[in-house]
Design a binder for this molecule. Structure first.
Ligand code: G3I
Length: 485
């Protein structure tokens, strides 16, 4: 940090602080939110995904639903279609049609698929719980092997074991626990890993978002699995919240301590219910809860994404389970966004450094850094040159595809008017989607050029864009060339 700052840099800094404050107050963000989808914003905010649970009946019958689903979300989770009672209702008789339908939709829309779930006490067909205990392990291993093999290469992450704990932190005494003790969890993870070594393997549970006995139990389990070398990649925090019960204590710190064990963490089933009728005061509290969850995830680098458990109240599971409660989702039953949607979009925009916000959103009085004349450049800024530098980081890789973030920094002494990043893939990587840049790929050569809203980078500033690509074999990072106009 230089000991003295020239007045003009102080002005630029003040302008930056003012822009950040306006962003935090939501003055800038709503326009960005209107322009970018939740999936794009989450990607720009550290290469994360933003997903939703999907009802297969809505997928096949409701075009408003599918249009929002395809545009807003970068990941999907089948709400019911991959569960045991659907997939293997009778022993050895498999039905993958519902899951296949969603996987196909997700491929067409460049979405990740979270597989949910393989081993769970609920939605378990009667034949499994009725088995003699000495046959349960073979049935479980066969179910996992068949299902994971069927979807091999299509699933980003599996919830391998779902909800293994009671609320007091003791193990749920379901048929798997009765047959194999706690060892069923390691066995399930190893079996899933053998069937698809590239899929991320998760344990998933509710009421582990804040600190407490159940979160401690999960923490101890993950710690012990890691120590034994059992393949576990992540922990899913369902996050079914209710405004009348308060916000979980210490959520960010809790996520962080799990991440410190060397696993990814993800918000897997977020919704925030309320007592009906819905009121605007309750909507405001709900938006605050959504915002707190989003920011807890954004603050933890290994929090890879957020999934909401349905995005519209029209298909929410809540009213059917909690009588007199509902209105838990980002959109109402008529597909109108609620304050919770705006809150999440604003948080993601702020975390993305406002890169999705067009510079024109700054009110004239804020003197954006772009107004600084070239003479304001610090002496250390190299004159001339290409004027920009691009750096590349893979944010997620599931063996057959990946997402990456590219940061474009202005190293010159004047604002950029445009920028272009080009590279040649070392392997057979193929871009399927790019956000916050316009791209073309010919053979292995890719160019990504600025959009109108992020072309202007002030000296010393940066912006970023994201991409999703497929590959087979190696996924070596390319060498990037950046040119600024
Ligand atoms: O498919 C049958 C249909 O044939 C029948 O006519 C109808 C009559 O009730 O039931 C239909 O099955 C329902 C199924 O959803 C599919 O719609 C079940 O009754 C119903 O119980 C089931 O509820 C699901 C619930 O899990 C079951 O535990 C919810 O949709 C689903 O959102 C919910 O999801 C769980 C996660 O998997 C795990 N974490 C908690 C979360 C919320 O409970």
């Amino acid at each position: 940090m230089p000991r003295t700052l020239r007045p003009v840099w102080l002005a630029a800094l003040a302008a930056g602080v003012l822009l950040a404050m306006l962003g935090a107050l939501g003055v800038l963000a709503p326009r960005a939110a209107a322009q970018s989808t939740l999936g794009q914003l989450a990607s720009a905010a550290g290469g994360r995904y933003f997903g939703t649970a999907v009802s297969n009946s809505a997928l096949t019958s409701d075009t408003t639903y599918t249009s929002i689903l395809g545009s807003q979300f970068s990941a999907v989770t089948p709400e019911n279609a991959m569960k045991w009672d659907t997939v293997e209702p009778n022993q050895g008789q498999f039905d993958f049609s519902g899951g296949d339908q969603l996987v196909s939709y997700a491929k067409q829309h460049n979405q990740l698929v979270r597989g949910h779930n393989l081993v769970w006490h609920s939605q378990l067909p009667g034949w499994v719980s009725g088995l003699p205990l000495n046959q349960v392990q073979a049935a479980m291993e066969n179910h996992i092997t068949q299902e994971v093999s069927h979807y091999k290469g299509s699933i980003y992450a599996w919830d391998v074991v779902n909800e293994p704990f009671n609320d007091d932190g003791s193990y749920r005494s379901d048929v798997f626990y009765q047959a194999m003790g706690t060892g069923y969890i390691a066995d399930a993870l190893r079996t899933a890993h053998a069937a698809d070594p590239s899929a991320k393997l998760y344990l998933n549970d509710y009421n582990i978002e804040g600190t407490g006995a159940k979160a401690d139990a999960m923490y101890n389990l993950v710690s012990s699995l890691k120590a034994q070398g059992v393949p576990i990649d992540g922990v899913g925090f369902e996050t079914h919240l209710a405004i009348q019960y308060g916000f979980p204590t210490g959520m960010q710190q809790n996520l962080q301590r799990f991440a410190a064990l060397g696993v990814d963490v993800a918000i897997t089933e977020l919704d925030v219910r309320m007592t009906l009728p819905e009121t605007s005061a309750q909507d405001t509290t709900q938006a605050d809860y959504y915002s707190q969850v989003t920011n807890a995830c954004l603050a933890v680098s290994r929090c890879v994404g957020i999934t909401v458990w349905e995005f519209t109240d029209k298909y929410s599971w809540v009213p059917g389970t909690f009588s007199g409660q509902g209105a838990a989702d980002l959109y109402d039953s008529n597909y109108q966004t609620k304050p919770a949607y705006t809150a999440v979009a604003n948080d993601l925009t702020a975390a993305a450094g406002g890169t999705t916000a067009p510079p024109t959103t700054a009110p004239p009085t804020t003197a954006p850094p772009t107004t600084a004349p070239p003479t304001t450049a610090p002496p250390t800024t190299p004159p001339g040159g290409s004027g920009c530098k691009a750096s590349y980081a893979v944010s997620s890789d599931w063996g057959s595809g990946f997402t990456a973030n590219v940061t474009v920094a202005n190293t010159g002494s004047a604002d950029t008017k445009s920028w272009k990043v080009s590279w040649s893939w070392p392997g057979n990587q193929a871009v399927v989607n790019m956000w916050n840049a316009v791209y073309s790929q010919s053979g292995t050569a890719v160019t990504a050029t600025s959009q109108s809203y992020n072309a202007d980078i002030p000296p010393g500033g940066s912006t970023s864009f994201g991409l999703q690509a497929t590959y087979s074999g190696g996924n070596t990072a390319p060498t990037l060339t950046c040119t600024a106009g």
